[in-house]
Write a protein that binds this ligand. Structure first.
Ligand code: GUN
Length: 302
């Protein structure tokens, strides 16, 4: 048996088409074009790719993308000054600071400076608190994208045991909160595992829905997965892999792999997301959605 593939790329295209229509309607009604400001500090190659994807997706959906590419040496006070300016700018509806920031900068201090109304990543403590209470302003993009993937694929979460591996503020913790919410895409029983969890495979094998967000290449193997489980792979890791080329010769290539050993796990799981083409495209899509909703609320409050 081989698992059904959850095609995040195709689903992201469908959701982006919906967002594009909604943006066009919003622009017609309000004469306001939703705008996302993205700040990238330094030269991190992965961040540069993510930021380029966000910019292209924004423009394609009919929104404005304002890119701020700043040098590695940028100081905290320079960054805070830029954020202060964007906070006040009525033509900017979403502000996103791409992480990780250079080590010399206090990340929390920077993220806390973004006004919650424009915090499309939902990293501000006010937004985290509202999510935790089940009255969200914005939903964090990766967990939100995963929830959409489950709901739109008609995968039931109610009463299911969801096991999350990873306790990050960006994925693990907010994912647990979303799956705990009452209603569609929620009502799950949630376990959060991490690097100090004892007997990890015993717990992951109980999962109806297993979400891997640990940042370790091909960490989840077939023996850790219950037959028929839904496996969601949030990982984006680079790994040297042996492949056979067109002349039948083995060679090493640097490949993008997830936190799940796709080849073995797909023989056990019922559903599985690939890497690339799974969760990643949905994360970018939900940023667009949050920017549009931010614009709606900010225009309504004028
Ligand atoms: N870096 C990795 N993931 C994310 C994300 O979701 N948002 C931001 N701003 N940076 C990231």
């Amino acid at each position: 048996m081989s698992a059904q593939i959850l095609d995040g790329k195709l689903m992201a295209e469908n959701i982006r088409a919906e967002i594009k229509d909604e943006v066009a309607k919003f622009v017609e009604e309000t004469k306001v074009q939703p705008a996302l400001a993205v700040i990238l500090v330094g030269e991190n190659p992965a961040s540069q790719v993510y930021v380029r994807n966000k910019e292209a997706a924004c423009v394609k959906a009919g929104m404005k993308s304002l890119m701020y590419r700043l040098p590695e040496e940028t100081t905290s006070s320079e960054l805070l000054e830029l954020i202060g300016k964007l906070n006040k700018d009525a033509d900017v509806h979403g502000i996103l600071v791409q992480l990780p920031l250079p080590k010399s900068i206090d990340e929390k201090k920077i993220l806390d400076a973004i006004v919650p109304e424009k915090d499309v990543d939902a990293f501000h403590p006010t937004n985290v608190g509202l999510i935790s209470q089940g009255r969200p302003n914005f939903l964090p993009c990766t967990p939100y994208g995963i929830q959409q993937l489950l709901v739109r694929s008609k995968i039931e979460t109610k009463g299911k045991h969801a096991v999350i591996i990873g306790r990050s503020d960006i994925v693990g913790k907010p994912m647990a909160l979303l799956l705990l919410q009452k209603g569609l895409g929620g009502d799950a029983t949630v376990t959060v595992c991490h690097s100090r969890t004892a007997n990890l495979p015993e717990i992951t094998k109980q999962a109806d829905i297993l979400i891997a967000a640990i940042g370790q290449a091909e960490f989840v193997t077939a023996d850790m997965v219950k037959p028929g489980a839904v496996v969601i792979d949030v990982g984006m890791n680079r790994k040297e892999k042996e492949v056979v080329d067109e002349n039948g010769e083995k060679k090493l290539v640097n490949k993008l792999v997830g936190d799940v050993d796709f080849e073995s796990v797909k023989e056990v799981a019922g559903w599985i997301t690939p890497v690339p083409g799974g969760v990643g495209p949905l994360t970018v899509t939900m940023i667009l959605y949050n920017t549009l909703n931010g614009a709606r609320r900010q225009v309504a409050a004028r």
